[in-house]
Design a binder for this molecule. Structure first.
Ligand code: DGL
Length: 277
């Protein structure tokens, strides 16, 4: 019998909780271990080297805690660190373990979601500069026109609890206007940062009334892809323990994490502080 462990869910901070929530809704029987590197977030403005190094440290820690499978529930980490971890680190750490990201599961569905063939990507500066969405979309759908928009203040708006306050409107409107001026044919906007589902109401309110634009939050697509992955890989599914538990780890103060997490999740949670590196 293979040894078993929880599924690891990693984000720079709280945003990955939007992914965890949807995964747990679809797959409640599994065990999960969430890790937020809150002490070092945001990652979105950091260099490739630093995001890679921080993410690698988190992956190693989650493996130490017994995870056999990890989801990088962070677009910035998926864009800047996933490939190197998969190709360079996993073969030496443990070739039987797996690390998956959130970009591919989102991109795979884009062909069915856009009618105009014009897609906008809203993300952190790191995700947008990496061009990962355009690269991945064009591998599957070469004709889709992709426009990226970096929204550097959206994560701080969420992390500071300002996402539903009047002050958020200015920064939300600014980036929506800019991306739609660049490509007025966009009919699908990907919320390519796991924090952004909290801004969804504001985004809807600030879209021009005359146009009908579909907003894509990633949770559902990542959860669907994980379920499908485990069906196709029964050897990995056997290694995922199933006692319906969920533990929360943070690199910041545990009380702060528990308080903020209640904004993202239903109900109270207890977190444990750990260090990375
Ligand atoms: N939630 C992360 C993402 O999906 C970004 C947050 C950050 O900048 O740390 O990109």
């Amino acid at each position: 019998m293979d040894s078993q462990g929880p599924i690891g869910i990693f984000d720079s901070g709280y945003g990955g909780l939007t992914i965890l929530e949807e995964i747990r809704r679809q797959m409640p029987g599994y065990d999960y271990l969430y890790l937020g590197d809150n002490a070092r977030s945001p990652y979105g403005v950091r260099s490739f080297e630093v995001v890679y190094e921080f993410t690698r440290q988190a992956v190693v820690k989650l493996f130490d805690y017994g995870c056999r499978l990890i989801i990088l529930a962070c677009n910035t980490a998926s864009a800047k660190a996933l490939r190197t971890i998969q190709q360079r680190d996993l073969p030496t750490i443990d070739p039987a373990r797996r690390v998956l990201g959130v970009i591919r599961p989102t991109v795979e569905n884009i062909g069915q979601l856009t009618h105009t063939g014009h897609v906008g990507v809203l993300g952190t500066p790191g995700t947008i500069v990496s061009d990962s969405y355009a690269i991945e979309i064009h591998k599957l759908f070469p004709d889709i026109v992709v426009t990226g928009e970096a929204c550097p203040l959206w994560v701080p708006l969420v992390e500071n609890g300002e996402y539903d306050k009047p002050g958020a409107d200015y920064f939300v409107r600014k980036h929506l206007d800019h991306i739609l001026q660049q490509d007025p044919l966009i009919d699908t906007l990907i919320l390519a940062c796991t924090h952004y589902p909290l801004l969804e109401t504001k985004i809807r309110q600030n879209l021009p009334p005359a146009v009908s634009i579909r907003l894509i939050s990633q949770g559902k697509y990542v959860a669907d892809a994980l379920k499908d992955y485990l069906l196709r890989h029964p050897e990995m599914d056997r290694q995922c323990s199933k006692n319906a538990t969920c533990l929360f780890y943070t690199t910041e103060a545990a009380t702060k994490f528990s308080e903020m997490a209640s904004v993202f999740l239903q109900g109270e949670i207890d977190a444990t502080r750990i260090t990375l590196g």
